[in-house]
Ligand binder design. Structure first.
Ligand SMILES: *[C@@H]1O[C@H](CO)[C@@H](O)[C@H](O)[C@H]1NC(C)=O
Length: 225
């Protein structure tokens, strides 16, 4: 029966939206913490230079644009609320057994497509910016993974490697999950369109045709006006 499949689909959508919302915490919080650890500066696209090469001490040559970090943080806060809201909407429809054909589909498709694109951009901004910062550190002969053991002066550099690596991974995972949300909403749109066209079929066929006997409309066998 189709109803069973529909409910499973709604359940999967509910869980996927909730997962996207919750995973946004893994992108926003570590990025925000590292901005605070570097005195409200963004280390993405930043660079380092020697302070005293003999003493092997370094300092920040330049920080990245604050907008790189802010874009990642604000987008994650938005996807947190949108994901939970969409999970609530789909969960409510599941609970109330609302016919999915009655649910919003087009606005959801547009939001999912937009968010998937924005999360892709954020994942790239994070990956490229983080790589540039670590490349700058390795040009001085240090490894990013050893950052906690290095002297960061007035800044707290003990956690940025694990935090930003986690945020970067979470961005790519959520990008795939938004792709899943988009795919499911497109699939729903297709199902609704098919259901609608099947519902309209009898109107184009003779009133006396035994519709219930022919749920699969076959144009070659029917009299079309
Ligand atoms: C750099 O460090 C070395 C070794 O600690 C020290 O002798 C030297 O004076 C420092 N140079 C500067 C410019 O501070």
């Amino acid at each position: 029966m189709a109803g069973v499949g529909v409910n499973v689909m709604l359940l999967v959508q509910t869980l996927l939206y909730a997962a996207c919302g919750i995973a946004s915490l893994a992108t926003s919080i570590p990025t925000g913490i590292e901005e605070a650890n570097f005195g409200s500066n963004c280390i993405l696209y930043g660079s380092l230079k020697w302070k005293n090469e003999t003493a092997k001490t370094f300092e920040v040559a330049s920080f990245g644009s604050p907008s790189s970090c802010h874009f990642c943080i604000y987008l994650s806060v938005f996807t947190l609320f949108y994901g939970l809201l969409a999970a609530g909407y789909h969960g409510y429809a599941l609970y109330k057994q609302i016919d999915p054909a009655e649910m919003w589909v087009m606005p959801v498709i547009l939001c999912n497509a937009g968010l998937m694109a924005l999360v892709f951009i954020a994942a790239c901004v994070m990956s490229v910016g983080f790589t540039m910062w670590c490349t700058s550190l390795s040009s001085l002969g240090f490894k990013c993974v050893d950052a906690p053991t290095l002297d960061w002066g007035t800044y707290n550099g003990s956690t940025f490697y694990t935090h930003l690596a986690a945020a970067q991974g979470a961005f790519w995972v959520t990008f795939l999950m938004w792709g899943g949300n988009l795919g499911m909403s497109l699939w729903r749109w297709r199902l609704n369109r098919r259901a609608r066209s099947q519902a309209q079929m009898p109107a184009t066929v003779s009133d006396k045709a035994p519709i219930t006997d022919h749920p699969e409309y076959d144009p070659s066998a029917s009299r079309v006006i």
